[in-house]
Write a protein that binds this ligand. Structure first.
Ligand code: 2NL
Length: 381
């Protein structure tokens, strides 16, 4: 268009630019929308999400939209150059008509870019908020709680029963002197029971306790008589491991010293304990035995908790299960604690917790309890 463009030339060119704008703006048309409709953007977002339209797409579209704006109505656009030519139309009426024609088109340009940009930004904001939001209603991941070892489980049941019978629970050291582990229990040097109670020794005269009686000697020395207590804990024996033996195991010993304590109290207490442990119909049986620290001594059995005494696999068809040893505290043991055997008497008993656990849970190998294999331990949850 040289010096003096005509109305026709100018408007034809403007219409051509308008047409190409319509073509190129088409892909942004859906962002233009109806600005009076508050549901417009949310509805559009739902549609876009179905299409998989993402934040990256928002940014790309915003950029493309701006490029389109620069191309069509930027300072260096063809459109701006065309507008400058209006003034060169000679005929005044044609000049005015051309001006009107172009400005109608330009209003449409500017009217569309801005709303489309605002809507796109709104969409971007919404997607960003969606991406960054936390759903506080999602159920939490439950932390896996630990659970007690089966030996602890049974020990705590035993403790509960004796606490309810008025017994104290006492704890003590696992490394003891020779004196507390043997001499105080009426097992002098060279006594044959030193062999059956054989344990592990340190080079300077200490021994890993082979029974928790040591705790009870300390308690009697400290508090004197009367005393009612149980001493649960870890003990050691020089044994070769097999399905029913382990060089370390758990024991609970009980002790009751007072004026006038007899074997009847022993039988009543052990019987009550076993009834609470295995049910009210449990019967108890005492067989004469020997322990250096009790006189007389007896081992005790209880009627099988599985078959009730008729005989089964667990009680090996006998109807009875052997559980522990007991007896009347030997006068020599009372004297160690400065308790006068003429005034006081007492009963004591001991049983293996591991053996009890193995029985109750039908374990065929006691060593399972100490392998710390979670596949085993988790069954006691
Ligand atoms: C068993 C046998 C027993 C005792 C432990 C004891 C404790 C003191 C005095 C006298 Cl301080 N006796 N304890 C008595 C008889 C048997 O244990 O088979 N344990 C697993």
């Amino acid at each position: 268009m040289s010096d003096a463009p005509t109305y026709a030339q100018l408007t034809t060119k403007a219409d051509a630019i308008n047409e190409s704008f319509e073509r190129e703006f088409k892909r942004f048309e859906r962002f233009f929308g109806d600005r009076l409709d508050s549901e417009f953007v949310p509805r559009l977002i739902r549609q876009l999400q179905v299409e998989g339209y993402s934040l990256a797409d928002v940014d790309a579209d915003l950029k493309a939209l701006n490029e389109l704006r620069v191309k069509f109505i930027g300072k260096k656009s063809e459109w701006m150059a065309l507008k400058k030519l209006i003034g060169r139309i000679g005929d005044e009426r044609e000049r005015r008509n051309a001006g009107e024609h172009l400005s109608l088109i330009e209003v449409k340009f500017t009217d569309r870019f801005e709303p489309a940009r605002l809507n796109l930004e709104k969409i971007g904001d919404t997607l960003r908020i969606k991406r960054e939001c936390l759903d506080v209603t999602i159920p939490g991941r439950r932390p896996r709680r630990g659970h007690v070892h089966p030996i602890t489980l049974v020990r705590e049941r035993i403790e509960d029963i004796f606490v309810s019978l008025g017994y104290a629970i006492e704890d003590g050291r696992e490394i003891e002197t020779d004196f507390y582990n043997f001499d105080a229990l009426n097992i002098p040097q060279n006594h044959p029971a030193r062999a059956s109670q054989d344990t592990f020794y340190t080079t300077d005269g200490f021994a890993l306790r082979s029974q928790t009686s040591t705790v009870q000697i300390h308690a009697m020395q400290g508090r004197g008589a009367p005393v009612r207590m149980i001493a649960p804990g870890r003990v050691f024996r020089r044994d070769t491991p097999d399905p029913t033996h382990n060089p370390m195991f758990f024991q609970v010993e009980g002790l009751c010293v007072d004026r006038g304590i007899t074997m009847a109290h022993l039988k009543g207490t052990v019987g009550e304990f076993l009834r609470r442990m295995f049910g009210p119909n449990t019967r108890t049986r005492f067989r004469p035995s020997y322990f250096p620290f009790t006189e007389p001594s007896a081992e005790f059995d209880f009627s099988c908790f599985k078959c009730g005494g008729s005989g089964c696999r667990i009680c090996k068809q006998s109807g009875w299960i052997e559980l522990g040893g007991s007896g009347m505290v030997h006068p020599n043991v009372l004297r160690v604690a400065d308790i006068d055997p003429e005034e006081f008497s007492g009963f004591a008993f001991g049983l293996g917790i591991d053996r009890m656990v193995a029985l109750m849970y039908n374990l065929d190998d006691i060593r399972l309890l100490f392998e710390n294999d979670l596949r085993f331990l988790e069954q006691f949850d």
